[in-house]
Write a protein that binds this ligand. Sequence first.
Ligand code: NAP
Length: 246
Amino acid sequence: MKNWIIIGATSAIAESVCRLWAVRGYSLFLVARNQSKLDTLANDYQVRGAAKVHTHLLDVNATDSHQPCWDAALDAMGRIDGILIAHGTLPDQKACEASYETALAEINTNALSVISLCTLAANEFEKQGTGNIAVISSVAGDRGRQSNYVYGAAKGMVTLFLQGLRNRLFASGVHVLTVKPGFVDTPMTTEFDKGGPLWATPDQVAAGIVSAIDKKRNEVYLPWFWWGIMMIIKNIPEFVFKRLSL
Ligand SMILES: NC(=O)c1ccc[n+]([C@@H]2O[C@H](COP(=O)([O-])OP(=O)(O)OC[C@H]3O[C@@H](n4cnc5c(N)ncnc54)[C@H](OP(=O)(O)O)[C@@H]3O)[C@@H](O)[C@H]2O)c1
């Protein structure tokens, strides 16, 4: 039996992951801020075969509510085997450039709330001597670009934090996975011109996440070819990179 907490359970990618886990008969503790969406999802996963589905309301920026959320999950499921952190927002870069407060709010949602949740999960799993922490970061965190460097900085912070956390938790048997998707067709990217070989579906990315957790991978680019794209992007010398319009 696998018991998972899913933070940002109404995200399109998280929904696809949960459909796969429901079929396997996992127990799911769905966390998001919209109760009616949570109810619809819970019914769906129950029909697909989930052992138990629980729901919990949380705005991730209310960090004081993170421990009560964890405690509610433990109470509901008896044991927690893993936490998938999937929430996020794609900031308006121009608005962030104009206002430090806007930039900070985005960094709170995309990075600091994740760090709070990971700190909590790490300490609980360390005591337990086992557990899985899987977090959706982004290829955007691999290098800052003018078009989205506030989002990129937040995701970069998450990626680096998870590297250190993985190193810390290795000895205690707790697994940490960093997921770096490229372009995914979800509500987050509604404004984008979609289509073409670089775009993936939430189902494709979810299959990669589930497989990476099963195989205890450390970092995955999804789809895999983003590894090559980011290798090139990361290696462009800064004196060239700063002249590009990316
Ligand atoms: N789509 C892409 O191209 C792409 C690429 C790389 C990485 N990612 C990452 O993948 C993850 C999933 O995103 P997605 O593409 O599946 O987008 P999505 O469907 O728009 O999901 C984003 C989710 O985050 C939740 N959320 C935002 N702020 C929140 C808050 N303060 N408290 C609680 N929940 C909050 C939203 O909840 P509400 O419905 O209540 O707003 C929504 O369920 C995110 O971390 C994103 O950064 C996405």
